[in-house]
Design a protein around this ligand. Sequence first.
Ligand SMILES: *[C@@H]1O[C@H](CO)[C@@H](O)[C@H](O)[C@H]1NC(C)=O
Ligand SMILES: *[C@@H]1O[C@H](CO)[C@@H](O)[C@H](O)[C@H]1NC(C)=O
Ligand SMILES: *[C@@H]1O[C@H](CO)[C@@H](O)[C@H](O)[C@H]1NC(C)=O
Length: 184
Amino acid sequence: MAELSKNYDVFFFLILLLLSLTSQLSLARPSKEPKPCKHIVLHMHDVIFNGNDSANATGAAVTGPVGLGPFGFGQVFIFDNPMTKDQNLLSPPAARAQGFYFYQMKTAPSTWMAFTLVFNSTEYKGTLNVMGSNFIPAKTRYLSVVGGTGDFFMARGILELETDDFVLSVYFRVKMDVKLYECY
Ligand SMILES: *[C@@H]1O[C@H](CO)[C@@H](O)[C@H](O)[C@H]1NC(C)=O
Ligand SMILES: *[C@@H]1O[C@H](CO)[C@@H](O)[C@H](O)[C@H]1NC(C)=O
Ligand SMILES: *[C@@H]1O[C@H](CO)[C@@H](O)[C@H](O)[C@H]1NC(C)=O
């Protein structure tokens, strides 16, 4: 009888051990949000052409707004903007952002963006292609990195966008937090 209850003790000990191991395994499982395989933070500077400063400007309106609401609906801008590692416009560019955006909401300031991040430095050579809706009132906006070339061959990920600085019709600077989840 004593032998039997000893066996039961061992049995329950093993069950408890198994339970604690599986609970630890489930804690160790990756969370829903995977870790990026590459993470790059850059600041994009857009000096908007005022009709005069052609030496300094890197972006310009190519149409007027169409007059549907006060938020520039339909107005298209193009840009070839420097991207720096810190917030200083005069720091050496780490990449360029080349593309366009247009205001696409009647009821709020919001742009639809499509652009290429062009890297041509000793650190990276290649491109990342980005697109998505940029609802400016939100602190953080999320654009899709839909593909890449060179050092970013077939890359995919998310670009988190935050406004650093904004002077209407003059200048804006945005922080771009590039998180790639597919790297080759
Ligand atoms: C354009 O440049 C001229 C000459 O430098 C200057 O006098 C004028 O104020 C400038 N206009 C604007 C809108 O910046
Ligand atoms: C270029 O534009 C930036 C942003 O508006 C401004 O701070 C800077 O003084 C300008 N530089 C020249 C040379 O006009
Ligand atoms: C990249 O840099 C090299 C060397 O400075 C230059 O010859 C080439 O034209 C650049 N390419 C682009 C796309 O800017």
